[in-house]
Design a protein around this ligand. Structure first.
Ligand code: FES
Length: 251
């Protein structure tokens, strides 16, 4: 029997579903500089004596004429000295390395870890890439915003915290991941977030690493492979090639 396929098509109800409610990055901040009162070329920047010595030592690692290879190190030193990289510091780096300012601008606008505005005494970064998103990074971000009283992309009123949304931090096996400056807090839940922020507020440094009790990225329920002691060197080798007596186990 011929059935007109156009007649049997049923109306499928439209399902609208959000895949993610992650905060958007302000993309114009990645490549546009606008002079402001606290970030313009007239504000002088100088390396401290110790940092200048450090930078000169790094530059010495590269052949004559290749000082530009120390650009990443120079920018990292600036960021560790004052917490962020203003335009005047970029100009200083260009001067010290004898490279065009444009080369420094390119670096600063390419690497998202380059902070081009002050991000607080503690820069709290919440990873929202897929593995962390699947493990609840949206809830973690919300908890961070509540604990710091600071929305993603902004600075808390006391300038203590700057909260940022970031992409994969390379610790997906311990998702969800929170990074405070250089310290990774992994396997975090909402309660951990509040504890971490509270400790920072009270002047302490919370212990970093997995918060779930894991040592690293091993299965949470214990090891499932490589459970036995490994054999000693020489194990299984034919008798004619070595000591005929069987090697003693190492443990
Ligand atoms: S996705 Fe979050 S650390 Fe890789």
């Amino acid at each position: 029997m011929f059935v007109n396929r156009f007649k049997v098509v049923q109306k499928i109800p439209q399902i609208v579903r959000n895949f993610s409610c992650s905060k958007n990055l302000l993309s114009e901040e990645l490549f546009v500089h606008r002079d402001s009162n606290d970030n313009n070329p007239q504000i002088p920047f100088e390396f401290t004596e110790a940092n200048m010595t450090r930078l000169c030592a790094i530059i010495q690692n590269y052949p004559q004429g290749c000082q530009r290879s120390a650009l990443s190190a120079a920018m990292d030193i600036v960021q560790r000295q004052i917490g962020w990289i203003p335009i005047s510091a970029m100009h200083k780096v260009a001067e010290v390395l004898s490279i065009p300012r444009m080369r420094v601008y390119e670096w600063a606008t390419f690497y998202t870890m380059c902070k081009r505005r002050y991000r607080g005494k503690f820069n709290v970064k919440v990873c929202v890439t897929t593995p962390c998103m699947l493990r609840g990074s949206d809830v973690i971000l919300q908890a961070v915003e509540e604990a710091t009283c600071c929305c993603a992309g902004s600075l808390s009123a006391d300038r203590m915290f700057g909260v940022d949304v970031v992409q994969c931090q390379g610790a997906c096996a311990n998702a969800p991941v929170l990074v405070v400056d250089d310290d990774y807090y992994e396997d975090v839940n909402v309660c951990d977030v509040h504890n971490i922020i509270q400790t920072l507020k009270s002047g302490g440094i919370p212990p970093c690493g997995p918060q779930s009790g894991r040592f690293a990225a091993e299965p949470i329920t214990g090891l499932t492979t490589l459970c036995e002691c490994p054999p000693s060197p020489g194990f299984g080798i034919q008798a004619g090639l070595g000591d005929a007596s069987p090697p003693l186990p190492r443990c």
